[in-house]
Design a protein around this ligand. Structure first.
Ligand code: SF4
Length: 231
C-alpha cells in the first residue's frame, strides 16, 4: 500500500462485478444471451422491464460519452431532471452542475468522459435502489464494458455505484473515498476512485471543500498515471 497524493492506493484482488460476464449472463437462456451480446444493447436496454423501477420512471436513461473514453463515471440512478431530459447527470440540474465543476478540477472535459449510472431508471421519489435492482441492471453495464476498450479510470459516485461495481460487503463510501483501488476489468488495469455522490454534497455543502481536494488529488494521479500508461 502506498499513499498517493493524499489517497491510499490499494490493490483490489477480487474481480469487480462488471468482470463476471459469464456468471451474470448464466441465468439467461442461450438465445437471449446471444441477442444481448450481438444486438445493439442500447435498443434492448430501452425496452427493459426487468425490475420494479421501470414502472416508476418515464424511460431508462442510458449512458452517454465516447466509446474510446479513458474515464468512466458511474452514479446511482437518474433524478427528476435526468428522467425528464433523458441524460445522466443532466448539465442543467444541480448534480450535473457540480459534476461539471468536479471535471474542471480533475482536468477532464465532460464530452471526453463516459457517464453512466448503476441503474438506468429513476425510482419513485428518488427512493434508494434495492440490491436486486442494482444487480439486475448490472447486465447492461457488463455489455457496455465490452465496448469500452480504452477505460483506465473509473470514478464511482456514492455507495450504490460502489456496491454494484465491487459487490456487497465493500467498505462504506466514507471509508473507501480515502482510497484508490488498482484492479483489472476485462484483463486491463484500471484505477477506481470511489467518492461521495454529488447529490449528497449538494445537500451537505460542508463537504464541498473535501470534494474539491479529492478532485485535485484524482487529477494529479490521473495525469501522472497517464504518462506511464501511455508511454
Ligand atoms: S433499472 Fe435497469 S434493470 Fe431495471 S428496468 Fe431500468 S434498465 Fe431495466
Amino acid at each position: 500500500m502506498r499513499v498517493e497524493e493524499g489517497l491510499l492506493l490499494k490493490e483490489y484482488e477480487g474481480r469487480p462485478v462488471y468482470d463476471r460476464t459469464k456468471e451474470i449472463l448464466a441465468p439467461y437462456r442461450t438465445e437471449f444471451r446471444d441477442r444481448l451480446l450481438l444486438e445493439p444493447w442500447r435498443d434492448l436496454a430501452t425496452q427493459c422491464i426487468s425490475c420494479p423501477a421501470r414502472r416508476e420512471a418515464r424511460a431508462p436513461v442510458l449512458s452517454e460519452g465516447p466509446q474510446d473514453a479513458r474515464v468512466v463515471v458511474i452514479g446511482r440512478n437518474p433524478g427528476a431532471e435526468e428522467d425528464l431530459n433523458g441524460r445522466p447527470f443532466f448539465p442543467g440540474a444541480p448534480c450535473g452542475q457540480l459534476l461539471g465543476q468536479m471535471f474542471e478540477i480533475v482536468g477532464v472535459r465532460r464530452e471526453d468522459v463516459y457517464i453512466t449510472n448503476a441503474m438506468f431508471c429513476r425510482t419513485l421519489r428518488d427512493r434508494p435502489p434495492l440490491s436486486g435492482e442494482l444487480f439486475q441492471c448490472v447486465v447492461w453495464k457488463v455489455l457496455e464494458w465490452y465496448k469500452l476498450t480504452k477505460v483506465r479510470y473509473v470514478i464511482l459516485l456514492g455507495t450504490d455505484a460502489v456496491k454494484q461495481f465491487f459487490g456487497v460487503g465493500f467498505p462504506s463510501i466514507v471509508r473507501c473515498s480515502k482510497d484508490v483501488y488498482l484492479t483489472s476489468v476485462q484483463e486491463k488495469d484500471v484505477l477506481v476512485f470511489p467518492c461521495y455522490h454529488p447529490g449528497y454534497v449538494v445537500r451537505r455543502t460542508d463537504l464541498a471543500p473535501v470534494l474539491a481536494k479529492w478532485c485535485q488529488s484524482v487529477g494529479r494521479i490521473i495525469r501522472r498515471t497517464e504518462e506511464t500508461w501511455r508511454s
